[in-house]
Design a protein around this ligand. Structure first.
Ligand code: ZN
Length: 138
């Protein structure tokens, strides 16, 4: 069986990091399913999804790492072409990836104790985001 849910988020942009673990768990509960694969996907080219220990130190470290790897104040050909100033957002999103898949076992997401699911908005302005959560299993 397949169940599909949606998560709505308002974000500030600029590598804004949200813990979406509870929202995903709510959709799993709604589905009534106990075992399978849960895929969380962001249909966007300036955001990404992964897991992290959601605490202020790790959040700051991840933000700094993205600024070091893909600085905002570099010249991006995307910006020269489109003038929207978010060339760094697209590159960061591509590196992080738009989705994560997690095992659902006996009705619970099989996450580690200190592992939360995070959504990261890299765009250079506030956005309204709609994430897709699709569960395949039984
Ligand atoms: Zn753009």
């Amino acid at each position: 069986m397949v169940f599909t849910g949606t998560i709505h988020l308002r974000t500030r942009g600029d590598t804004d990091i949200h813990d979406i673990t509870d929202a995903v768990a709510q959709i799993v509960a709604q589905s009534g399913m106990s075992d399978g694969i849960v895929c969380i996907f962001s249909p966007s080219s300036t955001s990404g999804i992964t897991t992290l220990e959601y605490e202020s130190g790790a959040i700051a470290d991840l933000k700094r790492t993205f600024e070091e790897l893909v600085p905002q104040d570099r010249e991006y050909r995307h910006n020269l072409r489109w003038g929207d100033g978010n060339g760094h957002s697209h590159v960061r999103a591509a590196l992080l990836g738009p989705s994560v898949s997690l095992p659902l076992i006996e009705g619970r997401l099989r996450l580690g104790t200190w592992q939360q699911i995070i959504f990261v908005d890299f765009d250079n302005r506030p956005r309204h985001r709609e994430l897709v959560v699709q569960i395949v299993g039984r």
